[in-house]
Design a protein around this ligand. Sequence first.
Ligand code: NAP
Length: 257
Amino acid sequence: MTYAEVIGDPISHSKSPIIHGFWLKALGIAGEYRATHVTPEGLGDYFAARRADPDWLGCNITIPHKETALAFVEDRGGVKASIGAINLAFHSDGALVGTNTDAAGFYAPISGLGAGGAARAILFALSRIGVGRITLLNRNPLKGAALLASFGLKGDAVKLEAPLPPAGLLVNATSLGMAGQPPLDLDLSPLPEDAVVYDIVYAPLETGLLKAARARDLDTVDGLEMLIGQAALAFELLFGTEPPRDRDDELRALLTA
Ligand code: NAP
């Protein structure tokens, strides 16, 4: 039976098998989507073995392989020079092609605004939609400044403790607020009333940041929207058909059960 999978180290927390499994079942496709533990030392052997397996359709790639996996794929879309990280390898015309569906997955929920990994995909998406100035808060402002420059974005790189600017969109692209990580403590009072607060962390779904935003009656976007968005593009590339996005409510209920 043909199959695809998600690889990472660790990997047991991944929700991708639930999402793709839901869509495979909904569409009656006889295929499988698994989670496979692959260590950094084992990455080369993993790709060598899978390339020889005719049933393997490709894989999603998560922490810590998003940058190193670039060495094992064809980079037809110039992802190395743009985002610098891939989250999907799939077969196309006999080649194993690497791409990144995180940028579009992040962008889809806020497309109406006109306006280390995930942060790079997000900065790439923001650079493509022509947002104005960006304030990048990072524990190392020099790293933040280099990131802004590498995506051609204008703005300021400041320390994580700096007060927020009156921004229209606030994104948490760090792992802070995730289960087992310290919380992200930000004073949201400088944000205007029509600001949107977007947290890409999805475990837990209701992060402290989103709670604080809702307490101020700000619009919010949670991490599941990006997770499902990037998975939908990956599904189409792996299984050759669009997933049933009209069943997102059911999928969200399954993921949060
Ligand atoms: P990553 O490559 O390990 O990057 C972690 C980021 O968090 C880095 O920017 C790091 O800052 C920052 N960070 C970690 N610990 C910190 C601390 N104690 N204080 C300040 N900053 C800290 O991970 P990633 O792949 O970007 O993922 C980040 C989060 O996004 C995770 O929760 C992941 O599950 C989530 N994610 C969600 C989606 C989705 O579809 N919703 C997709 C991808 C990722 P430095 O730059 O200073 O190292």
